[in-house]
Design a protein. Structure first.
Ligand code: COA
Length: 384
């Protein structure tokens, strides 16, 4: 529907908001590429630190570049005392996404970032916003369990160090590898709601920290980052694979959304979901606990049959299996969305840089006014 100068599309569906070279989704074929590399290969052969380099520098690093990069990222792992105090002081019962949003904005004021209001600001030097998100999530959990701070290990991958800081014990090799690959899978996804939020704030020439803080707020919502928590609620509510059929009939009759299913872009199964499913299978076997896997596979099967009958097929997205993967890694549900943030912060930063460096223009869409026509102001004494 045309308005004076624009085109109206609810949820901006189908609107191209800018050009990007960071990632590409082929929703029809179910493919995802970061800087041209297929996500399956990055999840298998790369790790989160290398993928962060790829997102920020537009190419895979050579050996010496990678070694230097790992040193730089790892040097930011330890949390400063001020931030530890902030985590301690955060109101009990507040969601850790609220904490992350606050920490990101707080870092804006504490980290040395002298040209922060300039278009030439090189946020690639200040990796605190990427690295510390992970350390803050682990420390939040330690403190909320009444445990002490665990200083990071610099010899572990980003994902393995997260599990170490969370548990205070080195994870098994396969646990660290899977955790790190989960971060690779979540690192970037084109113009989704949180990334678009980061770009909108960056377009005003705000700091990268404030842009990331705003993106954290967008990610918190259950239609975006919060879906995998809801998937696990669903699995717990169902309780067993044999109960899925009856549960599904009722849920569909009540027009409930099946969490972890459907995607605005993918018209087939999300490629990240295949990788997550593989990790869940591996963990289920290694830990001798296949309950989540069985229930989820049955939900996938039964939902597909019912939606195909309706002529509206919908398939699993990345969130469908991820919550169960994290559960088998011993991670509590409250950390699922923060883990998404730990990964996506790399993609956000890449988009913030691209927004600023490739012909920035402030975002300012129009709205279609549906309110009252012009009318006379009513003095207070005459209002009925
Ligand atoms: N379960 C049941 N029906 C679903 C559904 C789901 N998970 N996802 C979409 N649909 C149905 C909608 O009810 C709607 O049906 P209608 O045309 O009869 O009204 C149709 O499919 C289109 O859905 P819509 O919500 O408009 O699609 P969208 O592109 O705006 O939203 C999502 C995409 C991801 C927000 C949506 O699929 C969803 O809410 N999924 C569950 C939450 C989730 O897993 N989010 C994580 C995304 S990575």
């Amino acid at each position: 529907m045309s308005v004076e100068t624009g085109t109206y599309s609810k949820g901006l569906e189908g609107i191209i908001a800018d050009e990007t070279t960071i990632s590409r989704i082929d929703g029809q074929k179910g493919r995802l590429f970061y800087r041209g590399y297929p996500i399956e290969e990055l999840a298998r052969f790369s790790d989160f630190e290398e993928v962060t380099y790829l997102l920020l520098y537009e190419k895979l690093p050579r050996q010496a570049e990678l070694e230097e990069w790992r040193k730089r990222m790892r040097a930011s792992r330890d949390i400063p005392e001020q931030i530890r105090a902030m985590i301690h002081g955060f109101p009990a019962g507040a969601h850790p996404m609220q904490l992350l949003q606050s920490v990101a904005a707080y870092l804006s004021a504490t980290v040395e970032h002298t040209i922060q209001h300039s278009a030439t600001c090189n946020c690639r030097q200040t990796l605190h916003q990427v690295v510390q998100t992970t350390s803050v999530v682990a420390t939040y959990q330690r403190f909320s369990e009444g445990k002490g701070y665990i200083a990071p290990r610099l010899d572990l991958s980003h994902g393995a160090n997260f599990l170490f800081m969370l548990r205070g014990k080195e994870p098994e090799e396969y646990e660290g590898r899977i955790m790190d690959a989960c971060l690779v899978l979540h690192a970037e996804h084109e113009f989704n709601a949180s990334t678009f939020t980061a770009r909108v704030v960056a377009s005003t020439m705000s700091t990268c920290y404030c842009s990331i803080s705003a993106a954290m707020g967008a990610l918190f919502g259950s239609l975006h980052g919060g879906a995998n928590e809801k998937v696990l609620d669903m699995v717990e509510e169902i309780g067993g694979a044999e109960k899925v059929g009856a549960w599904m009939d009722k849920a569909i009759a009540e027009k409930r959304k099946i969490m972890g299913m459907g995607h605005r872009e993918y018209k087939v199964k999300d490629p990240r979901s295949y990788a997550m499913e593989g990790f869940l299978k591996e963990l289920s076997e290694k830990k001798g606990n296949g309950r989540h896997y069985e229930i989820l596979k049955e939900i996938e099967k039964q939902f597909r049959v019912r939606m195909e009958e309706k002529g509206k097929p919908l398939y699993p997205n990345v969130d469908f299996f991820s919550g169960a993967v994290y559960t088998l890694l011993g991670i509590p549900k409250i950390l699922f969305t923060p883990i998404f943030a730990m990964a996506r912060v790399s993609g956000w930063l890449a988009h913030i840089l691209e927004q600023r460096e490739h012909g920035n223009r402030i975002y300012r869409p129009e709205s279609l006014y549906k309110g009252p026509a012009e009318r006379p102001y009513e003095p207070l004494s005459q209002r009925g």
